[in-house]
Design a protein around this ligand. Sequence first.
Ligand code: IPE
Ligand code: IPE
Ligand code: MG
Length: 242
Amino acid sequence: MTLIDPNKIPKHVAIIMDGNGRWAKKRAINRLDGHKKGADAVREIVEASREIGVSWLTLYAFSEENWKRPKREINALMALLKRFLKSELDRMVKNGIRLQSIGRIEKLPKSTRDVLLKTIEETSANKGMVLTLALSYGGRQEIVDAVRRIVVSCDREKTSPDEISEQLVSGFLYTGGMPDPDLLIRTSGEYRVSNFLLWQIAYTEFYITPTLWPDFGKNEYLTAILDFQKRERRFGGREKCI
Ligand code: IPE
Ligand code: IPE
Ligand code: MG
């Protein structure tokens, strides 16, 4: 079993959960069954994150660009999300998990959005791990939305342009108040970020695995954490002198 250092657990883990379609294709079954199996993997990784003491877990569940997919697949994903949230509520409350979302959720179908908002509300007092679902999320859109709000706010507060700092911009992103991810995991072997957390991953460590998301379980998650623990993060500075 992998030996995780409990003092070096990444505070914030972000995951691009990719490969449900390929998982289904390999088995010559319906894509939607791949997404269903993907939801089981979500359950396992949420549970494992809480167990090892990750404080923030952010999952890329549906991108702004995923709206380009066939209507049938989108509808199935939205229905699956709704069912997932309903079935997980009790477990989230029991485990002290607070749910939140980032992205343009006003674009979600009303019935899915309603269940999402209700789950967010009902878990809002939880003090354990924060689970953030990126839904109808795009990093560029997030920056555009932030710029719009900054312009309005600066106009209202008469802020001068040189008062606009990195902290100020960060605070206006959907992730305002959250720490940047320490570790970004991408399953299914693509070496790209697909418009995820563009600003926030400036110094994030990447772990890319060929494993398809439905096959990504606790063991490989621990391997990713262990790999992270071996990295030397420099943030542009020099290696530690001894
Ligand atoms: C990830 O799996 C889930 C979503 C993007 C919603 P994909 O559906 O992208 O699976 P692949 O990449 O086609 O295998
Ligand atoms: C990224 O996967 C988005 C999510 C996991 C929700 P995609 O399958 O949409 O990414 P691309 O199209 O391969 O870049
Ligand atoms: Mg994909």
